[in-house]
Ligand binder design. Structure first.
Ligand SMILES: [Zn+2]
Length: 254
């Protein structure tokens, strides 16, 4: 039903998970644990999927905050949770909070989900980074906002990078590679080149960003699974197109 970062599982004070497509009640190409609320799936099925996750991971079904993602770099400071149908105010690609009990969700179907936790300052974050978010530094924005809003210290922050499309499958042309390389000068260390096509490792690039922000390497963990390769476990935008559900990542402070 969901995958965990072993490092995050060992930390006191939080619950988290990277959801898969398994363990829910949705049907058709939403089978079965779709958590996307605006993809055409039945409302009662999506609700039940969140209830199942709430019971299993351990958060309150009516104390949730969701992103309305646009591949931008806006971070929303969350002070209050709601149901999954509580209207989301403004588009954003990352959520942070210092309030216990609010489950922060981001959605993915190839993009990289990243969870953040500063145990000392008592705050968490959830970030969605596709290649655009990786290029525009949404993850840096989230870390800096945790520092500004809650007095977090980068060296105290733990980060868990979740399942996303891997270097095996993430094919881009020169234009995208070039955009990324202007932000990540060391991109060639984590990129394969085949003819005119480039295969950058988005998870590694986001890890590079975390290191640049001042996080300690031993506090960053990565789930190495590829969403496009692991058909039984995940939806993949590159593989499935628009006929698919959404998985995601969730974190909540106890
Ligand atoms: Zn792959």
């Amino acid at each position: 039903m969901y995958i965990v970062s072993e490092q995050f599982s060992d930390l006191q004070g939080i619950r988290h998970g990277f959801t898969t497509r398994n363990g829910g009640v949705s049907e058709g190409y939403f089978e079965s644990l779709n958590i996307g609320i605006r993809r055409g799936d039945l409302r009662e099925h999506v609700e039940e999927n969140y209830r199942i996750l709430a019971g299993s991971i351990g958060f309150e079904y009516n104390n949730i905050a969701l992103t309305s993602q646009v591949h931008g770099k806006t971070v929303r400071v969350v002070k209050k949770g709601g149901s999954i149908f509580t209207p989301v105010e403004d588009p954003c690609d990352a959520l942070i909070t210092d309030v216990s009990g609010i489950a922060l969700f981001v959605f993915t179907a190839d993009c990289v989900p990243i969870l953040l936790y500063d145990q000392v300052a008592g705050c968490i974050g959830a970030v969605h980074a596709g290649w655009r978010g990786t290029a525009n530094g949404v993850l840096r924005e989230a870390v800096e906002m945790m520092v500004r809003e809650y007095g977090a210290k980068p060296e105290n922050i733990y980060a868990a990078i979740g399942p996303s499309i891997g270097r095996c499958c993430f094919e881009v042309d020169y234009e995208v590679y070039n955009r990324l390389s202007s932000v990540y000068p060391s991109i060639d260390l984590v990129t394969d080149v085949k003819g005119e096509k480039y295969y950058p490792d988005l998870k590694e690039l986001n890890k590079t960003m975390l290191l640049k922000c001042g996080l300690a390497e031993d506090r960053i963990s990565t789930v190495e699974l590829c969403t496009k390769c692991e058909n039984d476990m995940f939806w993949s935008h590159r593989r499935d197109g628009e006929k698919r559900g959404l998985q995601g990542a969730v974190i909540v402070m106890e």
